[in-house]
Design a protein around this ligand. Structure first.
Ligand code: C2O
Length: 507
């Protein structure tokens, strides 16, 4: 008798264990969470997701914590909904700390570093893994350009999978090489220069900007472009942080900041006082309001206790570069003209739609201007002076789901090649979207084209006339059976992106 009771208990125990997969445990209430404090001085290591098995405690801890956060009331600052609303939300009723994300300015990198820091602490608590650290998705190496498999697994109730993404991406399609390009690492000033894309970190602004157009090179590509390519919630800052892949994407962007700092001398944060001292509100793992400033996040290891698995063991203490005051992009802020700008050529001023077919505009300039262009292009190409292309009056009705590739002097009938000397840059809408949308006259975007012009002329291609070609793309490699590209290419692209004018100018 005694034995059979024991047997029944044992059987019952085994059955209940067998039925319980790790991910289907009911979420615990907050009081049931076991808070384990990591030893003081622990430096948490953020690892490459492609090195982690699906049952690695980092992965299962993330799943467990997300489920817990999704079970919390939306008014709880540590809930999934609240945390993503800190980035941006379509919900009405602005709660403390909501709609804070900084896009299109030099606050982009610092703000997102702070945001991830507190999010990671919240996940660490709810994962009940004292060593939990946010993994990163390094999509820039070959064979790691698909969304990591565990985020695409729609079996069971896997909180890492969401169906909203572009279907091909959820089926394992790869990001294109130009979507994950690391050309940004070559940009040396953190801020400044007439074209914000010539800086790594974005345009200097006098105060925080939720959305703006002074996007830096890292923010544009790969950051914005990866958002566009994944699609779904990731396409819009008001929903992006609800996709669990958002956080691994940003962990990688934050890692690239460390990579950049550890490259050659001259790569430094700014010493701009507003950037250093402005304090942004967040919530810690206990739901208490906390703040961080730029000055507090310069060294991730010594100030924030985390490092990336491929960071040097000791990060040199980053120094601060003097703000590049003389040539900051003031024109877009105050509507004024850049000093010393001379227009060499311009298109007619007329509303022109981007279309699904490549669209070309030829800009003729007289002999004198073409000589000026040649001179400006051939002079010190690293200088902030040079030849610039500006797209004026850019606007749209709703966030486009594609980016626009800009090419110059593409030969007639040739397919746009994003790895050629004709490719200038991508217009990506992710962060600038809302700013453009709420700006009646549209906005102006400026691109430095000296490198292209010099390479073209070296290749024997005539640059006395500049032809600008625009090509729509979502930056995802084609995957058999999936067509995210519209089949009816006579329709306007989503959001009807359009512009008024294209100009070439020298500074
Ligand atoms: Cu604030 Cu990738 O976005």
């Amino acid at each position: 008798m005694k034995h059979s009771i024991l047997l029944i208990c044992l059987l019952g125990f085994l059955i209940s264990c067998g039925n319980k997969s790790k991910t289907s445990e009911p979420p615990k209430s907050d009081d049931e969470i076991v808070v384990v404090n990591p030893p003081a001085g622990t430096v948490f290591v953020r690892q490459n997701i492609y090195d982690l098995a699906p049952d690695d405690p980092i992965v299962t801890g993330y799943q467990k914590a997300i489920k817990h956060m999704q079970s919390l009331p939306e008014t709880d600052p540590t809930s999934w909904a609240y945390q993503s609303a800190i980035h941006g939300t379509n919900a009405s009723g602005n709660q403390p700390g909501w709609n804070q994300c900084q896009h299109g300015s030099f606050f982009f990198i610092s703000w997102h570093r702070m945001y991830l820091y507190y999010f990671e602490r919240i996940i660490r608590k709810y994962s009940e893994n004292p060593n939990w650290a946010l993994p990163y998705w390094n999509y820039s190496t070959p064979n790691t350009r698909s969304i990591p498999a565990v985020f695409r697994d729609n079996t069971g109730d896997n909180p890492l999978y969401i169906p909203q993404r572009n279907a091909s991406m959820n089926a394992g399609a790869e990001l294109s090489s130009f979507t994950v390009s690391l050309a940004c690492l070559e940009k040396i000033p953190f801020t400044g220069t007439p074209a914000s894309l010539e800086s790594f970190g974005g345009q200097t602004v006098p105060e925080p900007q939720h959305f703006f157009t002074g996007t830096g090179a890292l923010e544009n590509v790969p950051h914005n472009q990866v958002h566009v390519a994944i699609g779904g919630w990731m396409l819009n800052p008001n929903t992006a942080a609800q996709d669990p892949i958002f956080w691994l994407h940003h962990s990688n962007i934050d890692r690239l900041m460390n990579v950049w700092l550890n490259m050659d001398a001259g790569r430094q944060w700014t010493n701009n006082q507003t950037w250093l001292n402005n304090s942004f509100p967040f919530f810690d793992e206990n739901g208490n309001e906390v703040t961080l400033t730029g000055a507090q996040i310069l060294n991730s290891i010594t100030q924030l206790n985390y490092r990336y698995d491929n960071d040097p063991v000791e990060m040199p203490t980053p120094s601060l570069a003097a703000a590049d005051g003389s040539r900051e992009t003031k024109s877009v802020m105050d509507g004024g003209e850049q000093d010393g700008k001379k227009i060499l050529a311009q298109s007619a001023d007329a509303e022109t739609k981007f279309t699904h077919q490549p669209l070309s505009i030829t800009l003729d300039m007289g002999d004198a201007n073409s000589a000026l262009l040649r001179k400006s292009t051939m002079e010190d190409p690293e200088d902030a002076t040079g030849t610039y292309l500006t797209i004026e009056g850019l606007k749209f009705d709703k966030m486009p789901n594609q980016s626009i590739g800009i090419f110059i002097n593409l030969p007639e009938g040739q397919e746009p090649d994003y790895n050629s000397v004709h490719f200038v840059d991508l217009i990506t809408f992710f962060g600038i979207g809302h700013h453009v949308h709420h700006n009646e006259d549209g906005v102006n975007l400026t691109y430095k084209i000296d490198d292209n012009l010099a390479a073209l002329s070296q290749a024997g291609i005539d640059i006395s006339t500049v032809k600008v070609t625009f090509d729509l793309t979502n930056g995802v490699e084609k995957l058999e059976g999936f067509t995210e590209e519209p089949t009816n290419t006579t329709l306007d692209p989503e959001g009807s992106p359009r512009f008024r004018k294209v100009t070439i100018q020298v500074y």
